[in-house]
Design a protein around this ligand. Structure first.
Ligand SMILES: [Fe+2]
Ligand SMILES: [Fe+2]
Length: 262
């Protein structure tokens, strides 16, 4: 980005001079996203677990080792982590997930769909916002019923398309988030069309219907309220999530050790 524009955004060269390296990095990122004229939201791996990146000094002598292993700034995870432990110690957007699952329960959905609502945005809260339905589904695939992951994967596209007949209008929040003229990418449209014609369409749609956008501040939901449903519907590996050599074990490990250099 243009250096003069950046300096103006932080209040001039003297203001920049008194900033720490990480403040400068934050300011630069903010200025660059302002220039894009859209709000950029980084992955929770960067936002929640990262603490601003110091600039990488190339060619110089290292004065510190790179971080590996458990990050002392984060809650220490056990050597056999459970899904509930991830809720307690790592995941973001937890109230959104809990309140969505609570609503699904009130609406009388079967247990596996309550679980689907409980985990529907685990991709957002644990890994990446972009393509969150796909990331989230892949993360939990070895441990849940196939219909649960199918529904989570495809709620991502269906949420952009209203189906008033089953009680799902286009979310008012999306007009605020993305503007009134937002049109989803073609791959999203194609995915929604595929999902619309699938036998499990209503399972994915139920996630959208029970997606709680505005939280009720008078309601407190705890992950403990769902421990029975998790116990019956989520195959917790004895070795712990991340250490069971499943096809998604590395994804859980990345959440345990988000700041490892390698
Ligand atoms: Fe979602
Ligand atoms: Fe959601």
């Amino acid at each position: 980005m243009d250096r003069r524009k950046f300096l103006a955004s932080v209040g001039g060269a003297s203001a920049l001079a008194v900033m720490s390296a990480s403040q400068k990095a934050d300011a630069l990122e903010q200025a660059m996203s302002a220039e894009l004229e859209t709000r950029v939201v980084k992955s929770p791996i960067c936002n929640n677990y990262g603490f601003g990146q110091p600039p990488v000094v190339r060619g110089g002598k290292l004065t510190k080792y790179f971080h590996m292993g458990h990050d002392p700034r984060l809650p220490l995870m056990s050597d056999k982590p459970t899904l509930v432990e991830f809720f307690d110690k790592r995941l973001g957007s937890v109230q959104h997930l809990l309140q969505s699952a609570r609503l699904a329960k009130i609406n009388g959905l079967p247990e596996k769909m309550v679980l689907a609502c409980l985990l529907h945005d685990i991709g957002v809260g644990g890994l990446l916002r972009t393509d969150h339905g796909f990331w989230g589904a892949q993360l939990i695939e070895p441990y849940v019923d196939e219909e649960v992951t199918w529904a989570i994967r495809h709620h991502q596209s269906l949420r952009f398309y209203a189906d008033e007949d089953v009680g799902y209008p286009y979310p008012e929040a999306y007009i605020r988030f993305f503007g009134p003229d937002f049109v989803p990418e073609e791959y999203i449209r194609q995915d929604a069309e595929y999902a619309r014609n699938h036998k499990w369409y209503m399972s994915a749609r139920q996630i959208c219907i029970n997606d709680v956008y505005s939280f009720d501040p008078n309601v407190t939901v705890e992950i403990g309220d769902f421990e029975d449903i998790i116990g019956r519907n989520f195959k917790q590996p004895a070795e712990g999530l991340g250490y069971d050599k499943s096809p998604s074990a590395h994804m859980w490990r990345s959440i345990i050790f988000p700041n490892n250099f390698l």
